[in-house]
Design a protein. Sequence first.
Length: 235
Amino acid sequence: MRGAYLDIPGGGFYLGPTAGGDARNSALAESLGIAVVSVDHRLAPEDPWPAAPDDCEAAALWLLDQAGVRFGTSDLAIGGSSAGATLAMTTLLRLRDRGHAAAFAGAALQFGTYDLSGRTPAGRLIADEYFLEAYVGHLTDRTVPDVSPVFGDLRGLPPTLLIVGASDVLLEDNLVMATRLSAAGGEVDLRVYPESPHGFTGHPTGMARAALDDRDSWLAERLSDEIAPLPRSTP
């Protein structure tokens, strides 16, 4: 096994993993020859923040401890889409504070939302979304980095790939996150795909295949074995 990848699925913090996500994870595992571990975290509104980041942190710590025994590798990466990308970033911030972020060779984040407070112009674009009330409606301050990572200290994080569509309401949020990561001295690769809406990589389109192939190639460069990823026929 050339590596292990911790996947955090999307769903606005209140929808669980889907069969489509399982299919995409299987495709990623086959493409790169890696183990893919998906996090089935607790969901809002029954279990609002911090339940989901607590579960994701626990899964990351488990992978750090068990990857060598179970998968025969210490080469790790993390990723997620939409709310999963948010949780992947907050997980990395928690791991960084524990001294473990360097164990991950890279983070592949697809169209995450990084300001849940509505304080930035990007955050105000989604201020009326249901998931905000479900996930963090009980908080008076949503600028804490464990909720809105764009406000955090982003130093000491692994290389990060940001994938987002040009027609995504979260485009500006991803542009700001890329800028903040770069200003913190991080290695960041921002890729914007034309005429693509939020969640576009979950659909069977040529643009989705191109974006996922780009992600696979980016991850392959950061995991130990230099085997080229296999081309995928479906996203």
